[in-house]
Every structure is written in structure tokens, then in C-alpha cells.
Design a protein around this ligand. Structure first.
Ligand code: LRH
Ligand code: MN
Length: 428
């Protein structure tokens, strides 16, 4: 039986309940003035890229508990993203990390991507680890290093990473730069000189990129350094982007914020400045926990999408297309199930944000009616949109319950049977 036969048969078993719930919700949304077909099209058009480095089991310094059947090569990582996309039709791109995903056979990879209806959305550089045979160490930094030769080595690596992307497909036009550069003790770094060296290095990389490429600069307040990071916050990333040029933008990793940071306001600021390049979606309670997106703070994720939806509907906002990517690491859950959950939660947050009565919200804001404003948001957030998300996925040829079908087909056991219990994926 082909996969699509199994998918159709599975959807049949859920159709009765789904049609009842969708019938009710569709009616409810139309009665409150929503263009249901437009909502379905917006959800169908929304794609989230899956990180190649999150298809295996992560772990912490205290331990790692492999799920079994992990992808052992770039080819198997593409197959895993292919099954995620086949199940939810909302994950049509894979983000690569170099050197973990250096392609061996470009033509074979291009064909495999096509066979799985996938593109490569971005390539990530890695100057946070020393590779075997690497002449100079990044122990004390890369683009900020005091030694010109180390900076040059890191600049060349980033340029080479972009070249991998160019060889893999016309769609890949984004280089993501996250620097682990920082210090652990007071006095270790000259903050201003280290910043200037980093800017000069980024400028060199930027100037080497093709004219239609984008450079995303990711910030992080701590880890792996615990006194200072070169790019600790959105302001530093913004200044570096502006100094480099229009092709450089800020990447917001949800886990890269100190506790209680108002991330939705940061998103609104970056949209206002036209420098919001993209997201690394994940969930976190304390630090860069890389948990399932929306598992800990679903209301915050909703508020972030409210800013994105309002900006998209506002002609004064001049922001380039935003890159939606997941960046997670799985210690306990099956990596594929975790990623399927994340995409469901992201689509759910987006769907709820599309339901916000922005006119009523803006009226309440203008009237300083805080209660009314909050009630307008809560009305959308408290709407159960799961049938809307399921209908959108179903209409694109996906499963009414992606995780349900994944389990129903015992795909993890199949992976363990073919790849082995101890197969380990490259990545974090
Ligand atoms: C750093 C980070 C960065 C990646 C890495 C895998 O914490 O978020 O985006 O390169 O995780
Ligand atoms: Mn990230």
C-alpha cells in the first residue's frame, strides 16, 4: 500500500469527527465575519523550515538517551523531513548546518529534495566547534578573535558555507550566522574592539554574498559563554545588520532571551525598522531550552504572531519576507513527533492571530480601554482552531492528525529496523 493510500485510509477514519467539528467552526467563523477560504489559503501558504540538526536526539552534558533509528546522513535527514512534510504539508524546507551536512553528491541531493517536495531554505555556519584538522582553534572566538588569521579562517568558512548553499539549489539564498564568541570573566575581552573586529569580519562575509542572498545575524545573551557574548541582544544584531547593509537582518531565536523578556515587543520593533529576517522557533522555560515550540508559553507565541499579522496588514511596514524556521533539540520526545507538534503549535498560533478583530483592537487602544483590548485578543486566543488547522492541512493533501498517522504507521520502528537502535545523527 502506498503512503498516500495509507494517508487517505487514515483520514477516512477521522473524517466523520473532523467534518462535524470543522462544520461547526467554519460556520462560527463565517458568522463572525471571517473569510474562511482566505484563512485556509493563508494557513496553506505558511511553511516552517525543519532544522537538519534536530532529527536526532539531543542531550545535555548530563546525558543523552537516543530514540533509535536516527538519520545517519544528509540523505536520511532529508527523508525524515520528507515524512514530516508528507504528514503536515507545512514543512517544505530543510535548514542545513555546515559541516554537519556537507553534501557528498550534489545531484543526488537535489533529486532527493525534489522527490520529497523539499527545498533548502538556509545554510548555517559553525564556528562554535573546532573540526578535526582545523589549523586554528575557535576556543577564544572566531569573527571577533584577536588573531587576524583566526578571523580570516572563520570568514572563509562562512563564505564557503554560502557556496554549499548555492550549489544545492536556487531556492537557498540565506546564510545564518550565530556566533558563540564571548568571554567568561571580567577583563577577558575589550568589548569595543571585539565588537569592531566582529563587524569588520561580518562586513567581509556580507560583501562576498551573492546580491540576492540574505545574511541573518542571530543573537544570544549567554551560553556557551557566561560573562559576555559578542552578539547578546537584538540591538547589537540590529546595529551589525544596519552597518553591513540591506541584505543583513536580525534572526530571533525564541530561546535566546533572558527570563521575562517581552519578545513580541522586540518583534514589533524589528518589523518597524524593517530588519526582522526570521525566527528560530522553540519553547523555553528558563534558558535556551530548545523545547517544543508553544509547549511552555502558547500565549506568548500567539502575541508574536499577532505582531506579524498586524504588520503584514499594515502598508507602512517595509519588512522583507520573514524566514520561519524551527531550532530545537530533543532530549525525551521522538524527534519527528516533537517537530510535528511544533509545526502544529505554530500553525495554531498563526490561525488564532488571524482571528483577531484588529479594528476593534485598534479602537480599544486609541480609547486606552485596556480591558476591551485584552478581551479582543482573548476572544481570538480562546477560539479552538484545531479543526481549521486540520482542514488546511487536509486540503493540501496532509493528514488530519499528523502525529496520529505517524504513530499509526509505526514509522519510528521502521526507522529503527532499517537504521538500527544505536544510529546517531550528526548535530547537537
Ligand atoms: C545556538 C543556536 C544556533 C544554532 C545552534 C544549533 O544556540 O540556536 O541557531 O546554530 O543553536
Ligand atoms: Mn538558533
Amino acid at each position: 500500500m502506498t503512503f498516500s493510500d495509507q494517508l487517505n485510509e487514515y483520514n477516512q477514519t477521522l473524517a466523520g469527527d473532523h467534518n462535524f467539528r470543522w462544520g461547526y467552526l467554519g460556520e462560527q467563523l463565517s458568522r463572525s465575519g471571517h473569510d474562511v477560504e482566505a484563512l485556509l489559503q493563508q494557513l496553506a501558504a505558511f511553511q516552517v523550515a525543519i532544522p537538519s540538526w534536530a532529527l536526532g536526539t539531543g542531550g545535555t552534558r548530563f546525558g543523552r538517551f537516543p530514540a533509535g533509528g536516527e538519520p545517519r546522513s544528509l540523505e536520511e535527514k532529508i527523508e525524515d523531513v520528507g515524512i514530516i512534510h508528507a504528514l503536515n504539508r507545512s514543512s517544505g524546507a530543510i535548514s542545513l548546518h555546515i559541516p554537519w551536512d556537507i553534501p557528498r553528491d550534489y545531484e543526488a541531493i537535489r533529486q532527493l529534495l525534489q522527490a520529497n517536495d523539499l527545498i533548502i531554505d538556509s545554510v548555517n555556519s559553525n564556528t562554535f566547534q573546532d573540526q578535526s584538522g582545523q589549523p586554528l582553534s575557535y576556543k577564544f572566538g572566531s569573527l571577533c578573535h584577536t588573531d587576524t588569521a583566526v578571523r580570516q579562517q572563520a570568514v572563509e568558512h562562512n563564505i564557503q558555507v554560502a557556496e554549499y548553499g548555492q550549489k544545492l539549489g536556487d531556492e537557498c539564498k540565506t546564510l545564518t550566522v550565530w556566533l558563540s564568541d564571548g568571554s567568561d570573566f571580567p577583563g577577558q575581552h575589550h568589548f569595543r574592539r571585539a565588537y569592531q573586529r566582529t563587524l569588520d569580519s561580518l562586513q567581509t562575509i556580507y560583501n562576498a554574498l551573492p546580491s540576492d542572498w540574505t545574511m541573518l545575524i542571530e543573537y544570544k545573551p549567554y551560553e556557551p559563554h557566561f560573562y559576555s557574548m559578542l552578539i547578546p541582544d537584538w540591538g547589537t544584531s540590529l546595529r551589525l545588520s544596519e552597518a553591513c547593509g540591506p541584505k543583513a537582518q536580525v534572526l530571533v531565536d525564541l530561546g535566546h532571551h533572558l527570563p521575562n523578556t517581552n519578545i513580541e515587543q522586540i518583534v514589533a520593533r524589528l518589523l518597524h525598522f524593517g530588519r526582522l529576517g526570521g525566527f528560530h522557533f522553540n519553547g523555553s522555560m528558563y534558558g535556551d531550552d530548545d523545547l517544543t515550540t508553544g509547549s511552555i508559553k502558547p500565549f506568548q507565541l500567539f502575541l508574536i504572531f499577532c505582531e506579524l499579522v498586524q504588520a503584514a496588514q499594515d502598508s507602512v511596514v517595509r519588512n522583507p519576507p520573514v524566514a520561519y524556521m524551527i531550532d530545537a533539540s530533543h532530549n525525551l520526545k521522538d524527534p519527528i513527533e516533537d517537530l510535528l507538534q511544533s509545526v502544529q503549535n505554530i500553525l495554531t498560533a498563526y490561525a488564532k492571530a488571524l482571528l483577531v478583530d484588529t479594528e476593534a483592537l485598534f479602537d480599544a487602544q486609541d480609547a486606552n480601554d485596556a480591558v476591551r483590548a485584552e478581551e479582543v485578543l482573548r476572544d481570538a486566543f480562546m477560539t479552538d482552531v484545531r479543526a481549521l488547522v486540520a482542514e488546511a492541512i487536509h486540503r493540501q493533501g496532509g493528514a488530519l492528525d499528523p502525529i496520529g498517522l505517524y504513530r499509526n504507521l509505526s514509522i519510528r520502528q521502521q526507522r529503527i529496523d532499517t537504521r538500527g537502535k544505536l544510529a546517531v545523527a550528526t548535530g547537537l
